[in-house]
Design a protein around this ligand. Structure first.
Ligand code: GLU
Length: 531
């Protein structure tokens, strides 16, 4: 007989599973990023948003941004704008959200109170939840009395709630305005299965769960759990892709879907691995960033009256580099490609290649990506990014043509990791040296140098076409004809024009600076170094 039952049960489960797959195939992929506006978006949250976006785009699905602001005590002004600005900067497009609108709105949970109230009532009417009046003091007393107290099937009948109080009293207390919460009635002793696309089936016993608060009359707001489930259902979310820290909530969420009768359309879960410290053990924190000198936020964050936190944008990262870097923290394309545009990431992204273990936050790799992307972008875009840096250093970029700035950037970009590094590498294109490197003077500037520089000036005066291709052979011929030491002359020339014996090819520099400026600088150096 048992075998028959086993067969029937197995068949039923398989059938249900098939049904779910069919339903899933039928449904348009819809994912959501659901941050709580409690502060600046952490870089781990950005990765979650990115994976959702890649998954949605790859499946021709929708990406929803839902603001989960039901915890009024943790609300931080400015956080929602910050989230929008950060996602926009990174190119993570949103199809439906507070700003974008959409037919499943409102997309901000604090504007959906009626919906939650109605759903709380559904659970109460179906005996899946109950009203509890226990005050904080009463709960405290219970905790002191019972070791490891948990509000659940083993204790709920000894508490002050609608399961233990007569209905009239419950009604009277509510009418009197007594504060209450609604708790989920977790049935103990059941195996709850969480199907995670990354981790497989995780089974936990419902007896370890407590009767979670779903709603608080004090602020007429649901808690995260209820609002999250109701919205995922109503917004027809097909895949919940979120951080691993939410895995412990998943069994409760499975039970909630069941309590509402929504199990067949419940979304699939993907719990992404944690981002780990670059060194040592544990989760990446803001302190690691402060300690090792890298941002953990996409944009700079200016808390009211607090200390400013650095951001990737303000630190000179290109959004493409940040996206590429983050995409590879917890996922690999299955081959050795590293540099991938957003479109390539969308094409290659695959949940099956996501890792289950934590991803070490290798910020040096982030710098490397930025360097690579800075080489790839056109010089005129680099020039635009460089303009604010020029301004910060007292140079008015309007005194130079866009083409001039772009060419200067192009000559030095091989040496930069950040846009701001352009200043150190290219400042001599924008102002004469204000000093000359003493070590280089010692090595390259002898008593004879001013005379040779005089001859060099004469040679340069005679060159009509000052381009690198034309000027270089003329100067080199002159050096050879005089029997001068090539290295000494060229380094003294460089010292005079740049201020030190470093930089790109000398005749590329002089081509851009032009004849007059080059000669002026040599004269200036002869005068100043003598003094
Ligand atoms: N509001 C939660 C957060 O701040 C959302 C978690 C989830 O995606 O379910 O991350």
């Amino acid at each position: 007989m048992d075998a028959v039952w086993d067969f029937i049960l197995n068949f039923a489960t398989t059938f249900k599973h098939c049904l779910k797959i069919i339903v899933e195939m039928d449904r348009k992929v819809r994912v959501r990023f659901a941050p709580s506006p409690t502060g600046p978006l952490h870089i781990g949250g950005v990765r979650t948003a990115l994976y959702n976006y890649l998954f949605a785009r790859q499946h021709g699905g929708d990406m929803i941004l839902r603001i989960e602001d039901t915890d009024s005590t943790r609300f931080v002004p400015g956080a929602e704008d910050y989230i929008n600005e950060a996602l926009a900067w990174l190119g993570i497009g949103i199809d439906e959200g507070v700003r974008e609108g959409g037919k499943y709105g409102p997309y901000k949970q604090s504007e959906r109170r009626d919906i939650y109230r109605e759903h709380v009532k559904m659970l109460l009417d179906n005996d899946k939840a109950y009203i509890a009046f226990d005050t904080p003091a009463e709960l405290e007393a219970k905790r002191a009395e019972i070791p490891n107290f948990q509000y659940d099937a083993s204790t709920r009948m000894s508490m002050r709630n609608s399961l233990t109080l007569p209905k009239e009293e419950v009604d009277r207390l509510i009418a009197d305005g007594e504060k209450y919460v609604v708790r989920f009635k977790v049935e103990p002793g059941r195996d709850v299965e969480v199907n995670d696309l990354l981790r497989g089936k995780v089974t936990i016993n419902s007896s370890i769960l407590d009767d979670k608060v779903l709603y608080k009359s004090a602020d007429d707001l649901p808690t995260y759990h209820l609002a999250n489930i109701v919205d995922d259902h109503l917004m027809e979310i097909t895949h919940v892709i979120r951080g691993e820290e939410w895995l412990p909530s998943a069994p409760l969420h499975v039970l909630l879907y069941e309590a509402f009768g929504w199990s067949d359309t419940a979304p699939s879960f993907v719990h992404l691995p944690l981002l780990l410290k670059p060194d040592g053990k544990g989760k990446l924190s803001k302190r690691d960033g402060d300690r090792l000198g890298f941002p953990v936020f996409p944009l700079e964050w200016h808390p009211e009256g607090g200390e400013v936190s650095s951001g990737y944008r303000e630190s000179g990262y290109l959004p493409e580099a940040v996206v590429n870097f983050l995409a590879l923290l917890g996922w690999n394309p299955g081959d050795d490609s590293e540099i991938m545009s957003m479109d390539q990431l969308i094409e290659k992204f695959d949940l099956a290649h996501c890792s289950r273990s934590g991803a070490r936050f290798d910020y040096e790799k982030g710098r490397w990506f930025n360097h690579e992307y800075l080489q790839q972008i056109p010089d005129d875009r680099l020039a635009q990014l460089f303009k604010p840096v020029l301004r910060d250093n007292g140079i008015d970029p309007d005194n130079f043509s866009d083409d001039y700035i772009a060419r200067a950037c192009g000559l030095v970009k091989g040496r930069i990791y950040f846009v701001r590094d352009l200043w150190d590498q290219a400042k001599f294109f924008f102002k004469e040296p204000d000093s000359y490197n003493p070590k280089d003077i010692k090595k390259r500037w002898s008593e004879d140098t001013p005379r040779i520089m005089g001859e060099l000036i004469e040679t340069l005066r005679g060159i009509d076409d000052f381009s690198c291709a034309s000027a270089e052979p003329i100067v080199l011929d002159w050096i050879a004809s005089k029997g001068y030491h090539l290295g000494n002359v060229m380094n003294a020339f460089r010292l005079a024009v740049v201020g030190e014996c470093k930089g790109p090819h000398m005749f590329d520099i002089t081509e851009l600076l032009g004849k007059d400026e080059t000669i002026r600088r040599i004269n200036l150096a002869v005068e100043r170094i003598k003094a």
